[in-house]
Write a protein that binds this ligand. Sequence first.
Ligand code: NDP
Ligand code: MG
Length: 382
Amino acid sequence: MKNIAILGSTGSIGTQALEVIEAHPNLFRVELLTCHRNATLIVAQAKKFNPNVVIVTDETIYKKVFNALDPLKIKVYAGIEAVNDAVQMNTIDMVLTALVGYAGLIPTIKAIEAKKPIALANKETLVVAGEIIMKLAETSGVPIFPVDSEHSAIFQCLVGESHNPLEKIILTASGGPFRGKNLDFLESRKKEHALKHPNWVMGAKISIDSATLINKGLEVIEAKWLFGLQTEQIEVIVHPQSIIHSLVQFEDGSMKAQIGLPDMKLPIQYALGYPKRIPSDYPRFNFTDYPNLTFEAPNIEIFKSLQLAYEVCTSGGNHPCILNAANEIAVEAFLHDRIGFLQISEVIEKCLEKVSYLRTPNLEDLVNTDLETRTKANEFIN
Ligand code: NDP
Ligand code: MG
């Protein structure tokens, strides 16, 4: 029996993780749930899963959640500091980081410091501070199991291959809702268009990231740290059907891929259950339903954010942190109709020009870089 902490339980990954847990009550128990401000859903989740602790990071909903859960003897706290403390509880066996954005960074560090195995969905953590996180995980002897479907695919392809260096990996990308479109078309796109992903139903932020293709860029950086690769070893190929979840290539030229229908419950369950594959009744992939699996190069002239992410993956230092913070502010502004779709990459580019480069930032430097970039990005937007 594993006691799981889910950070961001009300989101797309969080709710799917709870479905996995619900289907396997003999394997998993919920110990901690957190959300930002979705009081109704977290109360319903807590009533169903009876965790020891619930935390809301937006303090304005604290009273409502407390009043609903106090009679059930579920402890309720508020604020990100409470999350930082709670992830270290003795009773937690694994922490699933399913909150969105930079907010995941410090809780992940605290969980690793307390030697909790991490099921990592929150890719922004590795984008911002991949080097610090991976070193800390190594010195603490803490495994990080990827939940992101591409990285889970690579992780699965590497089982039993620890003595075989990788030549390269290939991350597949669906291409998002605007695949094949030109700049004129993109200019007029609004949030309602960008939020419609062809293959996956996800949170708003990652849906916009998928439309700009920066999601794939963030994944390139995530893969660099998870698998100890150079940028040149990480290729991106657009595969609109999202059946091949990613591939590895070894030094003999042989390739391995992990394939299946797109369903995030699979990588979530693999991370929670590792090293065991838990039987499931999810729909099975059938080749005859997909006679044409297609592939094309991503268009980095049009989807500039992917190009920028590749550049910061190579330049390193605090550049990925700048890219991430600028993107978070720009996506938020786009979701509020304050900037156009094409301006998202412009904001990122401007921030990369204006915020000073640090080659070997420590955690404090990254926290400051994040703050400074958010201020600059907001100035550009206003
Ligand atoms: P959602 O937006 O659906 O959910 C985000 C969760 O984080 C919610 O529980 C939300 O609470 C909480 N949250 C939001 N803002 C804050 C904050 N400032 N502090 C603390 N908690 C906060 O996101 P997704 O589930 O789509 O994505 C979560 C992470 O997983 C992201 O990093 C994403 O890149 C990654 N990922 C997601 C995939 C997917 O299929 N969705 C696939 C691969 C990776 P509330 O509901 O109360 O606002
Ligand atoms: Mg992914």
